[in-house]
Design a binder for this molecule. Structure first.
Ligand SMILES: [Fe+2]
Ligand SMILES: [Fe+2]
Length: 262
């Protein structure tokens, strides 16, 4: 893998930023809001996990990737923290309180995992999150799901998803430096994905209720469902490795755009 680049683009989020990043797709919009809310929580937890792992890593390349991975994730959560304050302020009091309650519960779960579970568990969780995030990001770019996104949303989302693809191998390599057993990965990374999906759904519900979503709404999730499932299922077999992924030129273009914008 090429060396990771640390980018720190500045985004501004105006007060009139829409709660629907895609005006034609409320289902996807609520999901993107939920992704933004979940990001700082999981990213802080990933950085804690990596910081625990780094003491025991001998391979200088894996260690260098780990440090850069943590810097990229820290830049992600700083930008999302700012966006999320605005998103919460746009919810009704009822939905905001519901969201805050779910967020507190997720914070508690991550504190519990960091304080009580083994490093192998936490690294498998990190790998499960990162492989699913990479699959969703690849799916998004392949099907141009960010094409209709409002300009105030587009920058942060394309930069973040492109860097998720760029650093796709790090959690996988760090996990394999320690445990690296297929059945262990399968079990605990699936646990991570179910755990995260549960919270993403709870967060998204707060936004979907606000956006008054109906069954009839068209969505990229319905249009490209089989493609999404295919990308996710490809991360499951024992021969899966994020090193094998060929990165789309569009992703590389986005990465170089933000590399030169600093
Ligand atoms: Fe991230
Ligand atoms: Fe990541």
């Amino acid at each position: 893998m090429d060396k990771l680049t640390i980018r720190q683009p500045e985004f501004t989020f105006p007060d009139d930023l829409p709660l629907t990043p895609d005006q034609t797709d409320k289902l996807y919009s609520g999901f993107l809001c939920a992704v933004s809310i979940v990001a700082p929580q999981i990213e802080r937890y990933l950085i804690r996990t990596m910081s625990r792992a780094k003491q025991e890593i001998q391979d200088p390349e894996v260690l260098d990737d780990l440090l850069k991975f943590s810097q990229q994730e820290a830049n992600h959560f700083r930008s999302h923290d700012e966006l999320n304050d605005l998103l919460r302020s746009k919810l009704s009091e009822k939905n905001r309180q519901k969201l805050l309650k779910h967020e507190a519960s997720l914070t508690e779960d991550y504190r519990y995992f960091s304080n009580t579970r083994s490093l192998n568990f936490n690294l498998a969780y990190a790998e499960g999150f990162e492989s699913a995030t990479c699959a969703i990001s690849v799916w998004g770019f392949k099907n141009d799901t960010l094409n209709n996104i409002h300009p105030d949303w587009k920058g942060i989302m394309e930069w973040h998803l492109a860097e998720e693809i760029e650093h796709r191998t790090v959690a996988f390599d760090v996990y394999h430096t320690f445990k690296g057993h297929y059945l262990h990965r399968l079990f605990f990374s699936s646990y991570a994905q179910i755990h995260l999906l549960k919270y993403l759904y709870r967060f998204a519900l707060c936004f979907w209720e606000e956006l008054e979503i109906t069954e009839k709404n068209k969505s990229v999730f319905r249009k490209y469902f089989w493609s999404l499932l295919g990308h996710y299922l490809a991360t499951i077999p024992p021969w899966y490795s994020p090193h094998k992924l060929k990165v789309d030129d569009r992703v590389n273009l986005i990465l170089s755009k933000y590399s030169t914008q600093q």
